[in-house]
Design a binder for this molecule. Structure first.
Ligand SMILES: *Cc1c(COP(=O)(O)O)cnc(C)c1O
Length: 361
């Protein structure tokens, strides 16, 4: 046998599976399985990326100063405490690499995003799972799961795949209650879809143990380009920057993201369209006997009788060219996560689920 073996923990990682995008033999397929923006990126972001392509013989900026300045301006933040990554995933990875290793614990919740476990194991730390209460992050359960070994606590707010949120008072209680050596990471991948929510920025400003992560993959429609960012206390961001490759973002990524974040009109119109169609989709499915919790994101988590009905409905939707996401891997085998598509896609989903319900009566 070879003596070559990976670091402890690595072989416990199950490969992440992205949302499917094809159905064999079905035309006019719409992908509603990865929470992508159905309207695409801002035309200004596309133009900026195209212009940057012509300069690809040059290395990109390594300090991301212009993108950080744009983000800081739009969100009212301190640019020196922003770090940009290849997707917010990369920032989550830096947090685990920088702050959790063998013997340390990383806490996240029952239905929490799959990457928290992957990065915790990747850095040799021990994942600890706290229960949720009716598909909502339970601050008391997280605090009960914390020990002196806890180094990181990850929650997504709004959460994926549930779409639910924890309110401000609970976030404060969580930040105050975690052990002294732990960092609370507020994953704000869907923050822009929650009207009036700052993604946790004010809490980052008020404390020295909170980090917020954000992404260009969801609202801004740039998932294929891989750009995200984090915001936190200076000493934490300083650690993450030491781990960051100097050229982790290409000029194409940087320019597209800068144009996207500055195009407020486009972002606002996408937010409004999402809210309108999300609420319509949830209400229509509710009338068909398919309930969902109030979602604050760009998807809904539709609940069915059991996993058999989920499998049957998923197969039926596929046959109609509609790809949604099964979430049994997140402990939600009686649910399907459905991204809010454009108006036509939302109507197709409602029509298909109505037909499914009628045929199974
Ligand atoms: C999509 C998503 C992310 C990040 O995606 P990136 O494309 O890496 O920025 C992070 N957290 C949650 C909960 C997500 O759903």
């Amino acid at each position: 046998m070879s003596q070559i073996t990976p670091q402890p923990g690595i072989m416990d990682i199950a490969l992440y599976e992205g949302g499917a995008s094809k159905v064999e033999g079905v035309a006019n397929v719409v992908k509603l399985s990865s929470n992508e923006n159905p309207l695409g990126p801002s035309p200004k972001a596309i133009a900026a990326a195209q212009a940057a392509m012509a300069r690809m013989n040059r290395y990109p900026s390594s300090d991301h100063a212009e993108l950080r300045a744009a983000i800081a301006e739009v969100h009212g933040l301190d640019a020196s405490r922003i770090i940009c990554g290849a997707g917010s995933d990369e920032v989550l990875c830096f947090l685990c690499q920088g702050f959790a290793g063998p013997g340390d614990e990383v806490v996240y919740t029952e239905h929490g995003f799959g990457m928290y476990r992957i990065y915790a194991l990747g850095s040799g730390a021990t994942p600890v799972v706290a229960p949720e209460r009716d598909r909502v992050v339970d601050v008391d359960a997280i605090l009960a799961a914390c020990t002196e070994k806890t180094r990181l606590v990850f929650i997504a707010n709004p959460a994926n795949p549930t779409g639910t949120m924890v309110d401000r008072a609970d976030l404060v209680r969580l930040a105050e209650g975690i052990p002294g050596r732990a960092i609370l990471v507020l994953d704000g991948a869907y923050a822009e879809f929650a009207d009036g929510y700052d993604g946790g920025a004010a809490l980052v400003e008020a404390r020295d143990n909170v980090v917020m992560t954000r992404t260009f993959s969801k609202l801004y429609g740039l998932g294929g380009l891989r750009i995200g960012w984090g915001y936190g206390p200076k000493p934490v961001i300083d650690v993450l920057n030491r781990l960051r490759g100097p050229f982790n973002l290409s000029d194409v990524q940087l320019r597209a993201a800068e144009a996207a974040v500055r195009d407020r009109d486009y972002a606002t119109s996408c937010q409004k369209e999402n809210a309108r169609l999300r609420n319509w989709l949830a209400a229509e499915l509710g009338k068909l006997g398919v309930p969902s919790d109030q979602s604050y994101a760009n998807f809904i988590l539709a609940r069915f009788a059991d996993s058999d009905e989920v499998d049957a409905c998923d197969a039926f939707l596929k046959s109609q060219g509609l790809i949604v996401r099964k979430v049994a891997g997140y402990g939600l085998s009686d649910c399907l996560r459905i991204t809010v598509g454009d108006e036509d896609s939302c109507r197709r989903v409602v029509d298909a689920i109505r037909a499914f319900k009628e045929q199974s009566e």
